[in-house]
Design a protein around this ligand. Structure first.
Ligand code: AL9
Ligand code: ZN
Length: 262
């Protein structure tokens, strides 16, 4: 899978913002200014095709919790939208706040959401491993979906029920037959897309971001379980709640955000 090898141990705690990334002119996240986004009629509908049988495990990497997929074959893929190539799903994870007032990484006209889902894919037409793709400018495609507090999300509950088993950094449990498509909004044809980066170290400028216009709803209690996770491993004396695991917004530096809708 894509991220287990990407141990972030060599980096300092993510939230002490690293100094500007050398030559960083396409960093993420950003504020999406709707009236400055440019409609691009050439943008096609996104065609995610996920096979729940490729779901393998859920684990706490000390920054978020990740649901990892077997990305050794083209069984769970993403094509279309702004993408020229075929991308393989390797994992999804979330970012959230300590309360429901903030937590998302991207914002829309400065509007913050309580959480944001990221589905991470890598370009399997051009590269043979995630670790290669993560260093290339067309290497990754991440779908961002905003979460809002509202009715309970039935599909999310299986994931919420697994969280107590991975409270500490480094813990993992088997997690199978989960279809990530259930976490996508009804309408996936309306999105913004721009050239950006990973929002955590190594912050590489390898990501085509695809941010959904339509959010999904989760219940207050479901999101509260996210906050019961810990940044710290079982051995550490001081336990720290896993909250506010989002990066601060980055300068647009002249980039254009395109929209698939008018
Ligand atoms: C939330 O903290 C995380 C989440 C996931 C990882 C796994 N490593 S990774 O290389 O797949 C990614 C790093 C950052 C990514 S983002 N937020 O731009 O989609 S994906 C590490 C830290
Ligand atoms: Zn993320």
């Amino acid at each position: 899978a894509c991220s287990s090898k990407y141990v972030l141990s060599q980096v300092h705690p993510m939230w002490q913002e690293p100094l500007a990334v050398p030559g960083g002119d396409r960093q993420s996240p950003i504020d999406i200014v709707v009236r400055k986004s440019v409609f691009d009629p050439r943008l096609k509908p996104l065609t995610p095709q996920y096979d729940p049988r490729t779901c393998q495990q859920i684990w706490n990497n000390g920054y978020s919790f990740l649901v990892e997929y077997d990305d050794t074959t083209d069984k769970s893929t993403l094509k279309g939208g702004p993408l020229e190539d075929q991308f393989r799903l390797c994992q999804f994870h979330f970012h959230w706040g300590e309360n429901n007032s903030w937590g998302s990484e991207h914002t829309v006209d400065r509007r913050l959401y309580p959480a944001e889902l990221h589905l991470v894919h890598w370009n399997s037409d051009k590269y043979s491993l995630f670790e290669e793709a993560v260093m290339e400018e067309n290497g990754l495609a991440v779908i961002g979906v905003f979460l809002k507090i509202g009715k309970r999300h039935e599909g999310l509950q299986k994931l919420v029920d697994a969280l107590p088993a991975i409270r500490h950094k480094g813990s993992a449990v088997e997690f199978t037959k989960f279809d990530p498509a259930c976490l996508l909004p009804k309408n996936i044809d309306d999105y913004w897309t721009y050239a950006g980066s990973l929002t955590t170290p190594p912050l590489t400028e390898a990501v085509t971001w695809i941010v959904m216009k339509q959010h999904i709803e989760v219940s207050h209690d479901q999101l509260a379980v996210f906050r019961s996770l810990l940044f710290t491993s079982a051995e550490e004396e001081v336990q720290k709640s896993m909250v506010n695991n989002f990066r601060v917004q980055q300068p647009l530096k002249g980039r254009t955000v395109r929209s698939s809708f008018t």
